[in-house]
Design a protein around this ligand. Structure first.
Ligand code: ATP
Ligand code: MG
Length: 696
C-alpha cells in the first residue's frame, strides 16, 4: 500500500526553519515524497532534469506530446516538496480548464493547506486579480466590470452612430476587430490615429478613442484591457510592479509559444527580480498569430535571459509511431522553425486513414457511422473520441448526425450557454447590482422586463451622461436630470433604483442559493420569460435556462468558502471568454467532443477525426490568398490537430461543398499530400545537401 504523504502548512503559509519542532507539521523526508511523485508520474531523464532545475531561467522547448505540461505540473510539486511555500508559486496556463486540471494533478501528488495553494491561472484571471487591487491607480474603480463581446458590440454601434459612420463604411464587428488588433499589440488610440494609412483605418481609430472613453466613463474594461492595463500599470507604476512581483518567487508558463507582446512584458515584469522563470512550449504549435502572439518570444528566450538553461524533450508519449510519422513529416514543410527530434515512445500503431467523400453530407454521415462502430464494436467510450475542424460552420452537420443516433456530444468552443437571452439578462442584472455604473448592462435591463422606461427616455438620459462625462446611473440618481422626463417614466426610474439598491443590500449579505431566488422575484423575471414565449413549450425552455443559471450559481457557492457577487461575476466573465466551459461536461457526460483546432491545443484523445482537409478550409481561404507565413501558421494548426491523436487518426475531406447555398468543387488540402509524402519538401532537400557536404 503506498503511504499517503501530506505536508501541512501553518495558516500563514510559512515554513518554520525546523519542521520537526512544530506540532502543526507532519512532513515526510523530501526524497520519499519525490519518489512518490515520480511513481505517480513517470519521468524520463530530460524531464527529470527539467523538474530538478529549481531556480534560474529555464526553457523547455519540445514537440507535441513530449510531456511539457507534465513537467510543469511535477515541477510545481517538486518546488513545494523542497519547502517553497505553495502560494509563492505562480503558474500560467492557456485556459481555465487547463488550470483546473493542473491544480487537480498537483493535489493528487502533494497535499497543501486550502489557504496555501499555488496560484495556477490563465493570464486573464491573473490580471483580473492584479487589477482588482491596483486599477484605481489608473482612475478606474476597483469594482470595475468586465464587458462581454455583445456589450462591446453595442458600444461600437453606439460610437459609430455618434460619429455618423454608416454600416457600409465600417461595421461594428469590423471596428471591434481593429480594436482587438490594436489592443493586443499595445497600440493606443492616439498612435492608431497617427499611424492610420487609409480613411477606413482613420475612422476606426477615431471610433477607437470614443470607444475607450466610453469604457472609462462607465468604469468598465474589455477583455483585452485586462492584459493591457496590467502592463500599463507595471510600466508606469514601478511600486505597483514591485508589490505584485514580490508576491511570487517562482513563475511557470505553459504554452509559452502563444504569448503576445503584452503577456510577455507581464511575465518579464513579474520575474525580473528573482529570475526563477520556467517556460515550456513548442514553436511548431504557435497558432495565435492573429491575436498578436509572437513565436519569437520563445525562440529568443535564451538570449533574453542570460544564463538560461534549455532542455529539449525528444520522446513523444502521446501518439503511436504511425501517427507521429505523419505529423513529423507535415511540420517539416515549415520554413522558419527549430528542427526538433521527436521519436515515438509507442512503436507501431495503425496508419492514419484518409477518407474522401463526394459532398459534406456524406462526410458527416460516414464519420458518424465510423464513430458508431468505434462505440459498438471497438469498445470506445464517447469521451475517447474527438472531431476536429477549422471553422465554426463545420460542426453543424456532424451535430445533426450524432443527434440522429443519440450519441452524446459536446460542442467545445461554443458560447451558446452565455449567448442565451435569459442568461445575458440575468448576468446584466447581477453586474448592475455589483457595479451600477456598468452602462451596457444597465441599458440592457433598465426596461427589461418592461417597466415604462421608453427607449427615448433612456436616450435622453444617456445624452446627459455623455455630456457630463458620467455614467447613466449617476444621471438616474440626479433629480434635476430626471425632470426632463415625463412623470410616469420618472416614477419608474425611482422604483427601479429602489429595486437595485435593495438587491445590492441582499447580495452584500451572506450569499446562499435563496439569494438567487429572491433576486429572481425582485426583478420579476418570470414576466420577461412569459412575454418572450409564444407557447408553453417555449416558456419551459426559457425558464430552463434560468434554472441552469441557478445551477451555475449553486455550483459556484459549493466551490467557494467566501462567495461574493464580484468573484461569481468574474468566474462567468472568464468562463465565457474561454473556449472550454463545456470541457468539464465532456468528462462528466462522457460525450464525443466537437472542437475547433484552436480549442484543441494541449488536449489528447484516443480517437481523432480531423475533417474538411480541403484547400480553402485548412489551409483557410484567407491564408491561401495571402500565402507565405499565413500558410505556415495553418500548417502549425494542422500539426496541432494531428498531434492530438493517441491511437487512431482519420483525415477526411469532401470534393464539393456548399458556399452560400451553391455547390462548389473543393481540392484536397496540400497538407494531405505533405503528410503522405506526395509533395516535394524543399527543406528536406536543403537538409540532405548539407548532410552530403558534411559527409565529404
Ligand atoms: P502538447 O505539446 O500537446 O501540449 P505536452 O508536451 O504538454 O503536449 P503532455 O500533455 O504533458 O505533453 O504529455 C502527453 C502525454 O504523454 C500525456 O498523456 C502524459 O501523461 C504522457 N507522458 C508524458 N511524459 C511521460 C513519461 N515520461 N512516461 C509516460 N507517459 C508520459
Ligand atoms: Mg501541453
Amino acid at each position: 500500500m503506498p503511504q499517503e504523504y501530506v505536508i501541512f502548512l501553518l495558516d500563514d503559509g510559512v515554513y518554520p526553519d525546523s519542521l520537526n519542532q512544530n506540532r502543526f507539521y507532519k512532513k515526510i523526508p523530501q526524497n520519499a515524497i519525490f519518489e512518490q511523485i515520480c511513481m505517480d508520474a513517470t519521468l524520463n531523464c530530460d524531464q527529470r532534469e527539467a523538474v530538478n532545475t529549481l531556480s534560474g531561467p529555464l526553457l523547455v522547448l519540445a514537440g507535441a506530446g513530449s510531456g511539457k505540461t507534465r513537467v510543469v505540473t511535477v515541477r510545481i510539486a517538486k518546488l513545494i516538496d523542497t519547502g517553497i511555500s505553495p502560494r509563492r508559486i505562480l503558474a500560467m496556463t492557456f485556459t481555465n480548464k487547463a488550470a483546473q486540471e493542473m491544480q487537480k494533478r498537483i493535489a493528487s501528488m502533494i497535499s497543501t493547506h486550502r489557504e496555501n495553494q499555488p496560484e495556477i491561472s490563465t493570464f486573464h484571471s491573473l490580471c483580473v486579480r492584479i487589477l482588482r487591487r491596483q486599477i484605481h491607480n489608473l482612475g478606474y474603480p476597483n469594482n470595475f466590470s468586465i464587458l462581454d463581446a455583445s456589450d462591446q458590440n453595442s458600444i461600437c454601434r453606439k460610437v459609430l452612430r455618434e460619429i455618423r459612420v454608416s454600416d457600409a463604411s465600417l461595421k461594428p464587428r469590423d471596428l471591434l476587430y481593429h480594436i482587438g488588433q490594436w489592443k493586443s499589440r499595445g497600440i493606443s488610440p492616439k498612435i492608431a490615429t497617427r499611424d492610420a494609412d487609409t480613411d477606413r483605418e482613420h475612422l476606426a481609430a477615431v471610433a477607437f478613442r470614443r470607444y475607450q472613453d466610453e469604457l472609462t466613463r462607465c468604469g468598465t474594461v474589455d477583455f483585452d484591457d485586462l492584459l493591457l492595463l496590467t502592463s500599463v500599470l507595471f510600466r508606469d507604476y514601478p511600486e505597483v510592479r514591485e508589490n505584485e512581483a514580490d508576491r511570487f518567487d517562482h513563475i511557470l508558463v505553459d504554452e509559452y509559444q502563444d504569448t503576445n507582446d503584452i503577456q510577455y512584458s507581464i511575465v518579464k515584469s513579474l520575474s525580473q527580480k528573482h529570475r526563477n522563470l520556467c517556460v515550456v512550449g513548442d514553436d511548431d504549435q504557435s497558432i495565435y498569430g492573429f491575436r498578436g502572439s509572437d513565436v519569437r518570444h520563445i525562440l529568443n528566450f535564451a538570449s533574453d535571459w542570460p544564463g538560461a538553461k534549455t532542455i529539449r524533450l525528444e520522446a513523444n508519449y502521446r501518439s503511436t509511431e504511425a501517427i507521429l510519422e505523419v505529423s513529423n513529416r507535415l511540420i517539416r514543410f515549415n520554413a522558419n522553425r527549430y528542427d526538433k527530434v521527436l521519436k515515438a515512445a509507442r512503436a507501431g500503431g495503425q496508419k492514419p486513414r484518409i477518407e474522401q467523400f463526394g459532398d459534406e453530407e456524406h462526410e458527416s454521415k460516414q464519420v458518424v457511422t465510423s464513430i458508431r462502430r468505434d462505440l459498438e464494436s471497438n469498445g470506445r467510450q464517447p469521451s475517447d473520441i474527438a472531431i476536429l475542424f477549422r471553422t465554426n460552420e463545420q460542426p453543424r452537420l456532424f451535430e445533426t448526425e450524432l443527434r440522429k443516433f443519440d450519441i452524446p456530444y459536446v460542442l467545445l468552443g461554443s458560447h451558446s450557454f452565455y449567448d442565451r437571452k435569459e442568461i445575458k439578462d440575468l448576468v446584466a442584472y447581477l453586474r448592475v447590482i455589483h457595479h451600477a455604473d456598468d452602462e451596457p448592462s444597465m441599458r440592457r435591463i433598465i426596461n427589461n422586463p418592461p417597466r415604462g422606461i421608453s427607449a427615448n427616455s433612456v436616450s435622453a438620459l444617456v445624452e446627459i451622461a455623455t455630456q457630463r462625462g458620467v455614467s447613466l446611473w449617476q444621471v438616474m440618481l440626479d433629480n434635476e436630470a430626471l425632470q426632463t422626463l415625463k412623470v410616469p417614466a420618472r416614477m419608474s426610474i425611482r422604483n427601479f433604483i429602489e429595486t437595485i439598491r435593495s438587491l445590492q443590500q441582499t447580495f452584500s449579505e451572506n450569499l446562499e442559493l435563496s439569494t438567487f431566488h429572491s433576486f429572481l422575484s425582485a426583478i420579476q423575471y418570470k414576466k420577461e420569460v412569459l412575454r418572450n414565449s409564444e407557447d408553453e413549450a417555449e416558456t419551459e425552455q426559457r425558464w430552463a435556462s434560468v434554472e441552469e443559471m441557478a445551477n451555475v450559481f449553486g455550483a459556484y457557492l459549493g466551490r467557494k468558502r467566501k462567495p461574493t457577487l464580484e468573484s461569481f461575476l468574474e468566474e462567468i466573465a472568464l468562463a465565457e471568454s474561454d473556449f472550454d466551459d463545456d470541457k468539464d461536461d465532456q468528462l462528466d457526460r462522457n460525450a464525443v467532443a466537437l472542437l475547433t483546432l484552436h480549442a484543441s491545443k494541449g488536449l489528447e484523445f484516443p480517437v481523432v477525426y480531423m475533417v474538411g482537409l480541403e484547400e480553402g478550409l485548412l489551409p483557410h481561404g484567407r491564408a491561401v490568398a495571402a500565402e507565405g507565413p499565413a500558410i505556415d501558421e495553418e500548417r502549425r494548426l494542422a500539426y496541432v490537430g494531428v498531434t492530438r491523436a493517441q491511437d487512431e487518426l482519420t483525415l477526411s475531406l469532401s470534393l464539393t461543398r456548399r458556399k452560400w447555398g451553391r455547390v462548389q468543387e473543393q481540392n484536397p488540402s496540400r497538407f494531405l499530400f505533405e503528410m503522405i509524402g506526395q509533395a516535394d519538401n524543399p527543406h528536406d532537400a536543403v537538409v540532405k545537401r548539407e548532410t552530403e557536404t558534411t559527409n565529404h
